[in-house]
Design a protein around this ligand. Structure first.
Ligand code: FPP
Length: 241
């Protein structure tokens, strides 16, 4: 298989399904919440590693629209952790020149959480280092439903011509409107599913699956994923990228 040239061997946008926190904790006889805490610490490390390896955009799946069905205790522990993360991230975004945005429907989150998200997004909006997206109460189908509702309203009330609706237009109405589609998707912990993550945006994305649990996914593992990507020949329906 043809190798890419050096310039294209680093993916511009990497998306990660961070799976395996629970199993990581179980293996150590720890409560699941401690697996999530270890996972959150790893997010910080991987952001720095990603930037140092030349990645410009990183998107992580932190809480899905389906995760509400977990036990009340686990949902509370995850929400607490995520809120602490959003608050602590102001300092990290300044230190690392990192822009942070949340994708997903945040209207179902607590007011405190929504405020913390807005503060962080606003504080970091001009930083031009790593462009970091956290998917929170995110589902790919839900994102498409929200976009379609908005478009339908514009057709009904704002004179939008349905003929103007093409793929680029739909992309522009998604939560990721000004972010390029991921070049590489990584899923940890051995599961081979997309689990409702970025369904529209992953259309041509290369996929990398590893058995490593998320808290153990370190810079060396990230390099392996990038090496895998560098050896792939990108194809968009028959045309070489
Ligand atoms: C999947 O592991 C992971 C999650 C549902 C949550 C991901 C959250 C974090 C990594 C922590 C917070 C994130 C940020 C951005 C600070 P699992 O619980 O499904 O693991 P299992 O499949 O082994 O049970």
């Amino acid at each position: 298989m043809a190798k890419k040239d050096e310039k294209n061997s680093i993916p511009q946008h990497v998306a990660i399904i961070m799976d395996g926190n629970g199993r990581w904790a179980k293996k150590r006889f720890l409560p699941r919440a401690m697996g999530h805490s270890a996972g959150a610490r790893n997010v910080e490390t991987i952001c720095e590693d990603a930037w140092n390896l030349g990645i410009k955009y990183l998107t992580v799946y932190a809480f899905s629209t389906e995760n509400w069905t977990r036990s009340d205790d686990e949902v509370s522990a995850l929400m607490k952790l995520l809120k602490q993360y959003m608050e602590g991230c102001i300092e990290k975004s300044r230190k690392n020149n990192m822009r942070v945005r949340v994708i997903g429907d945040i209207s179902r989150l607590s007011k405190d959480m929504q405020d913390a998200i807005r503060r962080l997004e606003d504080f970091s909006k001009d930083f031009d280092g790593l462009q970091f997206q956290v998917a929170l109460n995110y589902g790919g189908r839900d994102e498409i439903v929200r976009a379609v509702k908005g478009i339908a309203r514009d057709v009904e009330s704002n004179g939008l011509d349905p003929e103007k609706i093409d793929e680029a237009f739909i992309s522009s109405r998604l939560d990721t409107s000004d972010i390029p589609d991921p070049d590489l998707l990584i899923r940890t912990s051995g599961e081979l599913r997309i689990s409702n993550f970025m369904l529209w945006q992953l259309a041509y994305t290369e996929m990398y699956f590893t058995d490593v649990y998320w808290p153990d996914f370190d810079k060396e593992e990230l390099k392996k994923a990038i090496e895998y990507y560098g050896g792939r020949e990108r194809r968009y329906g028959g045309r070489k990228a």
